[in-house]
Ligand binder design. Structure first.
Ligand code: C2O
Ligand code: CU
Length: 493
């Protein structure tokens, strides 16, 4: 291989061939110059303040955690180092493990030089604990702390990340996983592992994909015959904006949950590529073969037809497969598993239906000129609000008219997927908090408005969120004492 490294992509191609690369120094996130001085997202004169929307003080079972936001220099495998912002010195931060029904109490302490928050992605927390700077709290300033309290009622795989300058802070390392174990297991597993896929971005558009704490091969123990539950989260947006592809080689597997929610009657799959939009989770179940290992492969972001040697996860005794498989047709959540009862179906009565068209165009966002990502032709904050009332069933029709993927995330609620391109789902009901919307594709989703507050709805490709693709879902009569903008320094994305 040539040793000329003038082209940063040439350096990227060498990972993990032994060349050390160092992403260098992160600079503190900066507000766009055209950020308004002060924007209040609540309802003028609203009688319920977001600060009153909290969990009860007491519960039968309480789990306490402390997460300290702090800088660290990370060595992610033998070939890659980077400066990062972390929780408790590692990225991913600690995996928080709780049981269904626990009251979770997390103290965030900020030892960074700029404000941070924590958003509990996918967990339907009370609004005051949603962690959105300028909407549900002020960013936690250097030297300060903040206590989050919420019930973990829905078992499954979730994650957490900063929601102050979330594009910079989440990409820069401020994230981790939170797993809620069910009181009664629906699937038996002997070992249970979780991995976060994270793209680290440096200057010159260099980017490197890591699996937990390595850009190389991660090894986990599993004995022949054991059942393995493997939880996978995509904690970053890829440079291309495409979903992250992963697949499992060495054993047939089932997808038993999406975004933490069990699927009904999942079928066996073989080397099926799983598209993981930013923020999405897949839980896989498989049995270790009697000899040999099982490997989780990742796709090559620059060449969607191929998997790559690293990062990868090898379970059990063995090495990477000698020959990587080709990329087959992708997993399709609209026809996987078996139908089952669902509280909301395409036949339900919808109290409100909102149509949201997703697109992108060159324009201005918060005083910057560049590529903007739009909802109904507008950029945040001009995108406005979806007004809802408690108890209503709300349908959203997303129509992606762009050539890009948009993983759209709704805070505070789990939604059901009704249809893609007008065709209803034929397999298991699918409950998500983030839906990956492919180019020129539409989806209908619906949710029960059962969690009063002021909630974000945004693209989780955080570059898109930073450049316009956000809006609010607002319940009747909710006010907030917090503001977004230069005066408060609160910038959610
Ligand atoms: Cu994962 Cu608005 O966030
Ligand atoms: Cu997007």
């Amino acid at each position: 291989m040539s040793t000329g490294c003038a082209n940063p992509f040439a350096m990227q191609q060498m990972v993990p061939g032994g060349t050390n690369i160092n992403m260098g120094v992160l600079s503190a996130p900066q507000a766009p110059s055209g950020m308004p001085a002060s924007l209040n997202m609540g309802m003028q004169g609203g009688s319920t303040s977001v600060t009153s929307l909290v969990a009860p003080q007491k519960a039968a079972s309480v789990k306490h955690f402390t997460l300290v936001a702090q800088p660290a220099h990370l060595t992610l495998g033998s070939t890659f180092q980077t400066d990062a912002w972390t929780f408790n010195g590692t990225s991913p931060g600690p995996t928080l493990r709780v049981e269904q029904g626990d009251l979770v109490v997390v103290t965030l302490v900020n030892h960074l030089s700029f404000g941070v928050t924590i958003h509990w992605h996918g967990i339907d927390v009370p609004n005051a604990d949603d962690g959105v700077a300028g909407v549900t709290q002020n960013a936690v300033e250097p030297g300060q702390s903040f206590v989050y309290r919420f019930f973990a009622n829905d078992p499954g795989t979730y994650w957490y990340h900063s929601h102050q300058f979330s594009e910079a802070e989440t990409d820069g390392g401020l994230y981790g996983m939170i797993i809620v174990d069910p009181l009664k297991s629906t699937f038996h597993a002997d070992v249970d592992y979780s991995v976060a896929l994270h793209e680290w971005n440096g200057s010159n558009n260099q980017s490197v994909l890591a699996l937990n704490n390595t850009v190389g091969v991660l090894n986990k123990a599993a004995r022949p015959g054991q059942w393995v539950r493997l939880r996978i989260v995509n904690t970053s947006s890829t440079t291309s904006g495409n979903p992250q592809l992963v697949t499992l080689v060495g054993a047939p597997f089932k997808v038993i949950a999406l975004d933490g929610h069990d699927l009904n009657g999942p079928q066996w799959l073989n080397e099926t590529p799983l598209p993981l939009g930013a923020a999405q989770r897949y839980d896989l179940l498989f049995q270790m073969p009697s000899t040999d290992s099982v490997t989780l492969l990742t796709g090559d972001d620059s060449d969607p037809q191929h998997y790559q040697d690293a990062p990868a996860l090898v379970l059990g005794q063995g090495a990477l497969p000698a020959v990587l498989p080709g990329v087959k047709p992708w997993f399709d959540l609209t026809k996987y598993g078996q139908p089952a009862h669902s509280a909301i179906t395409p036949q339900s009565h919808f109290d409100q239906t909102y149509n949201l068209t997703l697109d992108n165009q060159v324009g201005s966002s918060l005083g910057r000129m560049g590529m903007t990502y739009t909802i109904n032709g507008k950029v945040f904050p001009a995108t406005g609000m979806l007004m809802v009332k408690e108890g209503q069933i709300i349908k959203i029709h997303f129509d992606n008219q762009s050539d890009l993927y948009h993983p759209m995330h709704l805070h505070g609620h789990t939604f059901v997927v009704l249809a893609r391109n007008g065709r209803v789902l034929t397999g298991s009901p699918v409950y998500l908090d983030t839906i990956l919307i492919a180019p020129h594709t539409s989806y209908d989703i619906a949710f029960l408005a059962n969690n009063p507050g002021l909630w974000m709805l945004h693209c989780h490709n955080l570059l898109h969120a930073n450049w316009g693709m956000d809006m609010m879902v607002m319940y009747n009569n909710i006010s907030t004492p917090y503001t977004v903008g230069k005066t408060s320094g609160n910038i959610p994305d």
